[in-house]
Design a protein around this ligand. Structure first.
Ligand SMILES: [Fe+2]
Length: 191
């Protein structure tokens, strides 16, 4: 057994239920309401009306007990509720890993997408149950629910990757995901 500065967690068995979007045993849970998403939607007035009105839960993240520490490999399930604000599909805040490292998302339920932006190029991956979306180091990433039911995915990522949400507020995500007559479309990023 090698020596580590911080003692790793013991081996563990973690069950996940793809339909219910749960992990067992469960670690921390994060809930993002509309009021937590300031600056994300192009239509600020529509966002403010929603945040100051019903202030719905837009997405939640349940984590396994594996901690976000260097060398560990934490997992989480994110569930984004269906909806639009100002014609823009509900989405996660999006983030960049300050300590550039890769990540995988596995679609579990519903219809979604993985939007990635490296500061110049945009990539979009249609996500559905059984699809792995790979996020290479250096690409900011955001998930979007483009369906009419909750969209859930499992994330597995290096515990030392970190979450830089400010990067997205500063640089944007390259494109926005807009509701249309026949599903969704990607448009240029406007603020
Ligand atoms: Fe990430």
């Amino acid at each position: 057994m090698p020596e580590f500065a911080a003692q790793p967690v013991p081996p563990m068995r973690i069950a996940f239920d793809a339909a219910a979007a749960t992990l067992s045993p469960e670690g921390p849970t994060l809930t993002r309401r509309m009021s937590d998403l300031e600056g994300l939607f192009a239509d600020h007035d529509a966002w403010r009306d929603a945040a100051e009105g019903e202030n719905p839960v837009v997405y939640s993240v349940v984590s396994s007990p594996v901690p976000e520490e260097d060398r560990e490999l934490p997992q989480s399930i994110t569930t984004i509720q269906p909806g639009t604000t100002g014609g823009e599909f509900w989405m996660t805040k999006g983030h960049q890993h300050p300590n550039h490292q890769g990540e995988i998302y596995l679609g579990l339920h519903g219809a979604g997408g993985l939007l990635m932006f490296d500061g110049e190029r945009t990539e979009w991956i249609d996500m559905a149950p059984g699809v792995i979306g790979y996020i290479p180091p250096g690409w900011a990433h955001r998930s979007v629910n483009v369906g009419d039911e909750p969209y859930s995915f499992l994330a597995v990522y290096p515990g030392g990757a970190g979450h830089d949400y400010g990067w997205v507020l500063e640089h944007g995500m390259g494109h926005r995901v807009i509701a249309g007559d026949s599903g969704f479309s990607l448009t240029d990023y406007t603020r």
